[in-house]
Design a protein around this ligand. Structure first.
Ligand code: SAM
Length: 288
């Protein structure tokens, strides 16, 4: 290995193949997420799921576990491909395609513009290494739930903003002010770039939950697509931060955790309005 090689960082492309496309990809996507595999895409023909894992000293052991787990759960083979970091951003890009979600949203990669209809609200994204292309059911359901309320002139907090997709959507739907918060520095940078790309203006902040927002700040809407445990933990503070008459849109909930998440929200005072489910993923909207 040359000196230059030793500096090269790699992503491992993991391609899990199946004989037949499952009726529901959600459990397989969830399993990828459990292993920290990102930028996941599934294909029905030929049936496969592909994602990327950043190579580290523990990757070899992790990959052994991944292989065992997926082969036990019906995969026909697990193929690995080492992708140098400089090629990675192009490698996964070919899987992110324009997509329509809900009544009005058209999500398009910045490198592959689609043909919008006059009624479309177009979100242009380069998600980089952040979560949030709209491909995942948890994001898509948030976009659908955003269409159920009037966001005109509203103050919104997007906690766990990832690529900024929901913050961009909120601005395009007429929000007055949006705070996009994420605990991951990369996501915060990406969210800022995506605000610029869509010519919308929102604040991007690095923090966990509401810790970077002064305690007086309250919102008409809090959106949080984060895992169930964090939603439960955040419930009391979300209630403090949502104005009376305001809403909480939550997502990222695996079906079996939904009763606990719903109880946590109701216990602090939220009123349940509606839930959506895609595969094993649940999203919901509550009012205060
Ligand atoms: C599933 S992604 C959602 C991204 C985007 N909002 C979407 O809907 O596609 C969850 C994001 O929440 C962030 N996150 C996790 N826990 C958090 C916390 N306690 N506070 C803020 N961000 C958090 C993660 O870094 C990740 O970017």
């Amino acid at each position: 290995m040359t000196a230059a090689d030793s500096k090269t960082k790699y992503w491992i492309e993991i391609r899990v193949e199946y004989q037949q496309a499952p009726e529901d990809w959600a459990p397989y996507l969830a399993l990828f997420q459990t292993f920290g595999i990102s930028n996941t895409t599934q294909f029905d023909n030929p049936p496969a799921i592909i994602g990327y894992l950043y190579e580290s000293p523990s990757t070899e052991d992790l990959i052994k576990q991944i292989e065992i787990e997926f082969l036990e759960k019906g995969a026909t083979q697990v193929l690995l491909n080492r992708v140098p970091e400089e090629d990675w951003s192009n490698a996964w890009r070919e899987f992110f395609k324009p997509k329509r979600i809900g009544k009005h949203w058209l999500i398009q990669p910045s490198w592959e513009p689609a043909q919008p209809l006059p009624t479309d609200r177009v979100i242009t994204l380069d998600p980089g290494q952040a979560f949030g292309t709209g491909e995942h059911a948890t994001t898509a359901m948030c976009l659908q739930l955003l269409e159920t309320i009037d966001l005109t002139d509203k103050l919104i907090a997007d906690i766990g903003c990832g690529s900024g997709i929901l913050s961009v959507a909120s601005c395009l739907a007429g929000a007055k002010e949006v705070c996009a918060v994420d605990s991951d520095e990369v996501a915060v940078d990406v969210a800022l770039q995506n605000a610029e790309m869509n010519q919308v203006d929102y604040q991007t902040l690095l923090g966990a939950g509401f810790d970077v927002l002064s305690s007086e700040r309250t919102f008409d809407l809090v959106i949080s697509n984060i895992i169930s445990a964090v939603l439960i933990q955040l419930s009391p503070e979300v209630y403090q931060r949502v104005k009376p008459g305001g809403h909480w849109i939550m997502s990222g909930i695996i079906e079996q955790h939904w009763p606990d998440v719903k109880s946590a929200a109701e216990e602090v005072g939220f009123k349940f309005i509606e839930m959506r489910q895609e595969g094993e993923w649940v999203a919901a909207i509550f009012s205060r």
